[in-house]
Design a protein around this ligand. Structure first.
Ligand SMILES: [Zn+2]
Length: 450
């Protein structure tokens, strides 16, 4: 009897296991079916290495990549081909986040009931949110440096500009082994994280505003260096007495070291989480790289440097841009999107653009205070460039990276109802954040607003 009972239990367990497996498979099938069906090894869908499917356009209807029976045809302008390559993607799928690979299911008209039926009928056309001409301007402004430029509408979530450098001309191709080694296939905006330098002071500043009583009356006397045990925090020059707003405006490392130590490691950890910097965002199914930080509890100098955006801090450019969008948008985030619409070859819309629901990153009061401080940075330090009248708010960063010239950053937004754009610019080994990355940001934003 005992034996029978045991066998019955084992059978029931096996049945339950099978049932759970079936549920798991169905879930994966619905979620990942389009990726499985459009896998490059699926010969039913491919003709001469190119998937038999629709084409990819920018937001203005400029044809960026046409999938024809004889292969993929990119835009005629070489600069546009290079500037949009990381968003549009390559036929071999080396750029894993490119639309040609990532949105293959949309291009073939895949759905999980009928599968792919676009073969011998027209595929679906994919309209992206980017403006190819703005991307061309941004890529040219990077002037041969590695790096990335991202700009999005912080009210609708539409990404207007997204470039990643180095890029290459898909019509000429590239040696895949050396390209992989040199990072040509990585979209730095989505898939990489970098030392943020002083742009990170906007994060420490948010924690100060919310967690430090009386910060409005706080001041610090910068002598150009701040000794902590055997280590010294340094500023490029002696800043003298600075209040909280001045400290951000002149980017005083010593003052921010002092503020970080007052906040403590736990608070800093809470804030990088709360502000979404350790988050992996989902951009139309593309997962961004999560940032990483180490706030030391028992090494004061390491903690201080981490609060200044050095030490082991690594930030993903997209998540930094989203944080800027939150400051601009009263603390609320609209997650960016790169897909504008999917249409049939007869131009019948199969999907329309729906903004993602807003989530709150910081309180509206904190956002207002930070916004005023970042506006003050522009008025009293960086200058407006060609954006006078557009309420540019920004923070620069010159991040020491150990191997040669610093990374140049410039992040911020336009505080404007008509032009609600948040941006991130990273010029790897570019030197001065305000001068080099600031000038790239100014050029790109002018191309958008004019
Ligand atoms: Zn200083």
């Amino acid at each position: 009897m005992k034996k029978l009972e045991r066998r019955a239990i084992i059978s029931l367990l096996l049945a339950a296991f099978l049932f759970l497996g079936l549920i798991f498979f169905c879930f994966r099938f619905v979620v990942n079916g389009s990726q499985w069906a459009s896998f490059p090894a699926n010969r039913h869908l491919f003709a001469d290495g190119a998937l038999d499917r629709g084409s990819i356009y920018d937001v203005n209807g400029n044809l960026l990549l046409e999938n024809t029976e004889s292969g993929a045809i990119y835009h005629d302008d070489q600069s546009i081909r290079k500037a949009t390559l990381h968003v549009v993607g390559d036929v071999s799928g080396n750029i894993s986040t490119g639309a040609e690979t990532k949105f293959a299911g949309k291009l073939t008209g895949y759905n999980f009931i009928n599968g792919t039926y676009a073969k011998n009928s027209a595929g679906r056309n994919l309209y992206l949110t980017i403006d190819a001409n703005v991307c061309k301007t941004a890529y040219a402004a990077l002037n041969g440096h590695s790096g990335t430029v991202g700009v999005y509408n912080y009210k609708t979530g539409k990404i207007v500009c997204l470039v990643s450098s180095p890029s290459y001309d898909p019509n000429q191709g590239i040696d895949s082994a050396s390209a992989a080694e040199e990072g040509y296939y990585i979209n730095r905006f989505f898939s990489a994280a970098f030392v943020p330098g002083s742009t990170f002071k906007t994060v420490t500043a948010a924690a100060v505003i919310e967690q430090m009583d009386g910060y409005e009356n706080w001041s610090y006397d910068c002598t150009g260096s701040y000794t902590l045990g055997n280590d010294t925090i340094t500023c490029p020059s002696v800043h003298g007495t600075v209040d909280f707003e001045d400290a951000l405006c002149v980017s005083c490392n010593c003052a921010f070291a002092n503020l970080t130590l007052s906040l403590g490691a736990d608070t800093m950890e809470d804030y990088v989480d709360q502000l979404g910097l350790t988050n992996s965002y989902n951009i139309n199914g593309i997962a961004t790289k999560a940032g990483s930080f180490s706030f030391s509890e028992d090494h004061e100098a390491a903690l201080a440097w981490a609060g200044i955006g050095q030490s082991e801090d690594l930030v993903n450019p997209c998540s930094m841009m989203i944080y800027m969008g939150a400051i601009a948008n009263h603390g609320r985030v609209v997650v960016p999107q790169i897909v504008s619409a999917v249409k049939t070859s007869g131009n019948f819309p199969l999907s329309i653009y729906i903004p993602k629901p807003r989530t709150k990153l910081i309180s509206s009061d904190t956002a207002t205070t930070l916004k005023a401080m970042m506006r003050n940075n522009v008025v009293n330090n960086y200058g407006e460039g060609g954006l006078s009248g557009y309420n540019l708010c920004a923070k620069s960063g010159t991040a020491e990276v150990g191997d040669g010239t610093s990374h140049a950053w410039f992040v911020g937004f336009l505080d404007s109802e008509e032009n609600p754009y948040a941006f991130v610019v990273l010029v790897e080994h570019g030197g001065s954040g305000a001068r080099v990355a600031g000038s790239v940001a100014n050029t790109v934003l002018q191309a958008i607003v004019n």
